[in-house]
Design a protein around this ligand. Structure first.
Ligand SMILES: NC(=O)c1ccc[n+]([C@@H]2O[C@H](COP(=O)([O-])OP(=O)(O)OC[C@H]3O[C@@H](n4cnc5c(N)ncnc54)[C@H](OP(=O)(O)O)[C@@H]3O)[C@@H](O)[C@H]2O)c1
Length: 258
């Protein structure tokens, strides 16, 4: 039975919960990270005592340092999953400075800093880092400017680090879910996805895709069709995606204007 340590951020969220249960089933010893202590304790109970909990706000430097120390004292992490994330879906002109700082911090700065902080532990174990991105990490989408900025950044950082470490045994992987049925999606976003005919995956499907990615030799995985296909097309022929999204714009706009 695998008893290696996995640090999972965003464990209290929809995707984190599903990942925790599937990894616990595989025998990983989890360090569940989030701010909601009651939710962490509930999840710990569901993981058959195979989990430690670590409560704290990852935007605070001392919390990240304490997390790294906590994990080191348990024996060191073999796997770091940067999964915590937030979203703001609104017109660019209406986004506040505080929202910009908070979203870029949680979705981009925190995963970068955790990668750096945990790299000695991961290197010592020949371990793996998985950064959870999004199909919006490859496709610029209206009313998702901040989120896209953060996830494009995370994808670039993951790719660069993976290549920097390609002569070592450390793996740095990127998983890009499409719309998934969790609390990150407001009723407004859900209504828009329905109107556009966008499929919503279950968190369990995302967790399964993560395990498939970890067990493969691949470095990145984009979940779902057509999102995964569009993510690749956007890199090569962005004008095709420009045109497709331009056609959707009136419908998208109708969800964000009073
Ligand atoms: N659901 C989707 O449609 C979708 C699609 C593509 C990608 N993703 C990505 O998947 C990941 C997981 O999202 P989800 O759908 O599971 O969202 P979720 O249910 O809203 O969960 C978000 C998680 O992030 C944690 N978090 C937020 N701010 C934090 C902070 N300051 N410090 C510590 N933890 C913090 C939350 O924990 P606490 O509340 O306990 O602090 C929660 O566990 C995110 O990176 C998201 O961008 C989601």
């Amino acid at each position: 039975m695998n008893k290696s340590i996995c640090v999972l951020t965003g464990a209290t969220g929809g995707i984190g919960h599903a990942i925790a249960l599937q990894l616990a089933q595989q025998g990983w010893r989890l360090v569940l990270v989030g701010r909601d202590e009651a939710a962490l304790k509930r999840l710990q109970g569901e993981c058959n005592d195979q989990a430690e909990i670590f409560q704290g706000d990852l935007s605070e430097a001392n919390v990240r340092d304490e997390l790294a120390l906590f994990t080191q004292q348990l024996g060191g992490a073999q796997l770091l999953i940067n999964n915590a994330g937030i979203n703001v879906m609104q017109a660019f002109s209406e986004i506040t400075e505080q929202q910009i700082d908070q979203l870029i911090a949680i979705n981009l700065t925190v995963p970068i800093k955790l990668c750096q902080l945990f790299l000695p532990q991961i290197t010592a174990k020949n371990g793996t880092i998985v950064n959870i991105g999004s199909s919006f990490g490859s496709i610029g989408y209206p009313y998702q400017t901040l989120y896209c900025a953060s996830k494009f950044g995370l994808r670039g950082m993951t790719e660069a680090l993976s290549r920097e470490l390609s002569h070592s045994k450390v793996r740095v992987l990127y998983l890009a879910p499409r719309a998934t049925d969790t609390a990150i999606n407001s009723p407004q976003i859900r209504a828009m996805n329905k109107a556009l005919g966008n499929t919503m995956d279950s968190p369990e499907q995302v967790a399964k895709a993560l395990i498939i990615l970890m067990n493969s030799t691949k470095k990145r995985r984009f979940i779902g069709f057509p999102e995964g296909f569009f993510a690749r097309i956007n890199g090569v022929f962005p004008s095709i995606v420009d045109n497709a999204i331009e056609k959707q714009l009136p419908k998208i706009k109708s969800f964000f204007t009073n």
